[in-house]
Design a protein around this ligand. Structure first.
Ligand code: FE2
Length: 352
């Protein structure tokens, strides 16, 4: 926008900032195209300058920009974790699921109640917004695998996206690195569940959504928080988000010991029926391609390759196109290795 002298105003220019009367009421609103009578009035008021939209600048609404960036990120992730073109039923089942999830995502992220929180999630710390998007994607993929109806899918995706929103009310010392918290600080941290529930209810979110914030740290054996509910007493949506949350935390940048995707799956599988609902762990394993297509991975043989294919139900053992040998020399002819067949070879590192 341009700061423009009132004497230089011309009819049709568009006001970029509202003009207020002395009592605080809006005299001429932002976005108004200036008519001759308004310009004359401004001159009579003794006003010296106003702000005018410059036709060479495009002003963006920060809320809208964030919504479209979050949506694009989320849709990219869905495409990576549900590579529908590879599965045998690509013409029907998986493609329909992919389209359904994309539509749900647009509705969830575009909901003004949700988009109001996106900036808050971004400011909690460097990774909370990214983590929230991942948890939303994994939860929706599990929910679709369990054939949840549309209304539950909407609650699930929304609850997953805002599950940690209570953290905005935490004191700064219990945000970010949680590895060395005192007992008192841990209790303060755990309050983000109750705080999230209250905040979401105050903002008009439905109870099933707010419950996800409340119960996403409960554990199947009753050892979680804040209420120590166990088994099916923990609502289904919170059990799903809990598994998505633990998986992303184990494999994410803030993990004390960062797990490889298949190691995190082994942990979930091993702890299933103790810490987690084993049925949901299975739904995760069957419905999320944990090594997205295009991941660059290093193998235990020392070779480096790209994940080019993934078989349904065994996504922790993808097919890798080997591009570099164990001496880091680029191969003239690439070849494929199916890790499901080559049982002694495993992924040791995700490079990209
Ligand atoms: Fe949390």
């Amino acid at each position: 926008m341009n700061k423009t002298l009132v004497t230089d105003l011309k009819q049709g220019m568009m006001l970029a900032e509202s003009i207020f009367a002395q009592n605080g009421s809006i005299l001429v609103a932002e976005g108004t195209a200036l008519a001759g009578s308004i310009i004359k009035h401004l001159q009579e008021m003794g006003r010296r300058y106003v702000y005018i939209y410059d036709e060479n600048t495009i002003e963006a609404d920060p809320g809208e920009v964030l919504v479209s960036r979050v949506l694009a990120t989320a849709q990219n992730k869905i495409h990576s974790y549900l590579p529908y073109e590879l599965y045998p039923e690509s013409d029907t089942g998986v493609r329909a699921r992919y389209e359904r999830l994309n539509k749900s995502l647009a509705e969830i992220i575009g909901d003004p109640k949700v988009s109001d929180f996106l900036l808050d999630l971004r400011t909690i710390d460097e990774s909370t917004l990214e983590h929230s998007i991942n948890v939303c994607i994994f939860s929706l993929l599990i929910g679709a695998g369990l054939d949840l109806p549309d209304n539950l899918m909407a609650y699930l995706g929304t609850g997953a996206l805002v599950h940690d929103v209570g953290k905005i009310l935490l004191p700064p010392e219990v945000r970010g690195d949680l590895s060395n918290l005192s007992e008192k600080e841990q209790q303060a941290y755990q309050e983000h569940t109750n705080a999230g529930y209250r905040l979401l209810r105050e903002k008009g979110f439905e109870a099933p959504v707010a419950k996800v914030a409340l119960y996403h740290h409960e554990r199947w054996d009753g050892g979680g928080y804040p209420t120590k509910l166990a088994g099916e007493k923990i609502d289904l949506l919170s059990r799903i988000v809990n598994i998505a949350d633990v998986y992303d935390s184990l494999t994410g940048p803030l993990a004390a010991t960062r797990y490889l995707p298949h190691e995190a799956i082994e942990y979930l599988y091993g702890a299933g029926d103790m810490y987690f609902d084993a049925r949901i762990v299975r739904a995760f394993i069957y419905n999320v391609a944990i090594y997205p297509l295009g991941s660059v991975v290093k193998l235990s043989t020392g070779e480096v390759g790209i994940v080019v294919n993934v078989a349904k139900n065994i996504s922790s053992r993808p097919i890798v196109k080997i591009c570099y040998d164990k001496n880091n020399q680029k191969l003239k002819y690439y070849h494929q290795m199916d890790l499901y067949q080559e049982k002694t070879v495993f992924i040791t590192k995700v490079l990209l």
